[in-house]
Design a protein around this ligand. Structure first.
Ligand code: FA5
Length: 341
């Protein structure tokens, strides 16, 4: 075999041997075997001594190229091995950062919060804005500006927790109506969800701390028809089934006329139970047209502007939706109850 042939076959042999190496150690051993000081290429090149100057030049060049080629093959193999190693490590050491930790329970939103968000979606899709207000209110916002005069007997309708500085815990979200009328320029439509407080005896359908959503529309030529349409849209979206409702006259000093919208009890389907106090109906949605005094108290001309308002009890709405027979579950912190939602 000529020297040239020997060099070419050495290249093939080296490449085949290197491609079988599976570790750094094997690669280093192969390197020594072929291109090391005592390696095969060096041995072959010993034969150069017997050649002419011309031949030495040509073969020497080929031998150099062979060395470069083997070394670059080796470096590629080294890089490929490193990559393989990382890939295996990545697979073995994969950490799923989103996997729930064993043994830790996941929380859910409280059913009242869930229904509140749903109602916000229903109303924002009808062009309402969502407003907020403080839980500690002034007598002015909770009562006086809503047409409850100082000695008005209607004040007794809502037993009130007073703070030592003469303020109170709001008894209804209607206090936010007053803030809306003072701060917004008609026409406007708002809803205002919130927690309210009453100094009340607690039973299956009465809490001392519960939730309401206030709604208010002020504009020109707003009528009872607009009110009823809005209430029906709301109830059919929330219950996703037709519910029986009835409208009764209701008295609230800040609306005229005022109504009570009752729904047939969904817990007992109207037969009578502890939730509906055996009547088959549940008071759910008091509402009415905004009293002219309330508009003018806030500086709006009641001849130009009219409107409607409603106050929805959220706890009772959730009770009707799921057939829950006692309001006290909501604040109980009972996880077996809460985990169902
Ligand atoms: C009011 O609070 C009026 N502000 C509602 C209103 C707004 C009328 C706008 C007209 C125009 P009422 O006291 O009836 O009204 O309460 C409204 C709803 O809150 C009731 O229908 C009921 O669903 C709920 N609610 C009242 N008291 C309690 C209670 N103690 N526990 C749980 N829910 C209650």
């Amino acid at each position: 075999m000529s020297l040239l042939e020997e060099i070419n076959s050495l290249i093939l042999e080296a490449e085949s041997s290197l491609s079988k190496c599976n570790s750094e150690e094997e690669l280093d051993a192969s390197k020594n075997l072929f291109v090391g000081k005592k390696g095969k290429l060096t041995q072959v090149l010993k034969g150069l001594a017997a050649l002419s100057v011309e031949e030495k030049k040509t073969i020497g060049k080929v031998a150099n190229e062979a060395q470069v080629r083997i070394e670059s093959f080796l470096e590629n193999r080294r890089a490929a091995l490193k990559e393989e190693f990382y890939q295996i490590k990545l697979k073995e050491e994969f950490i799923d950062a989103l996997r729930p930790v064993n043994g830790n329970e996941r929380g859910t939103l409280h059913p009242i919060t869930q229904i509140q968000y749903e109602i916000e979606d229903i109303f924002t899709s009808m062009g309402f804005s969502v407003m907020d207000g403080p839980e500690v209110e002034t007598d002015e916002n909770n009562f006086a500006a809503l047409n409850f005069t100082e000695d008005h007997p209607a004040r007794d309708m809502q037993d009130t927790f007073y703070t030592t500085d003469g303020n109170l815990l709001r008894t209804h979200t209607s206090a936010i109506q007053v803030r809306a009328l003072r701060n917004l320029k008609p026409p406007f439509r708002i809803i205002a969800p919130g927690r309210v407080f009453r100094y009340e005896e607690v039973d299956a359908s009465h809490e001392n701390t519960f939730y309401q959503v206030e709604g208010m529309v002020v504009g020109e030529n707003i009528s009872i028809a607009n009110l009823i349409y809005t209430m029906e849209t709301l109830l059919s979206s929330v219950f996703r089934t037709s519910v029986k409702t009835r409208l009764r006259p209701g008295y609230f000093p800040f609306v005229e006329p005022g109504f009570e919208l009752d729904i047939q009890c969904l817990v007992c389907e109207g037969k009578g139970c502890s939730v509906c106090k055996q009547s088959g109906w549940l008071e759910l949605l008091p509402c009415g047209l905004i009293h002219p005094n309330v508009l003018s108290h806030a500086g709006h001309d009641p001849k130009k502007w009219t409107g409607f308002a409603f106050g929805l009890g959220l706890d009772r709405l959730v009770m009707m939706r799921y057939g829950i027979n006692d309001i006290r579950y909501f604040q109980s912190g009972n996880l077996r109850f809460l985990n169902q939602f």
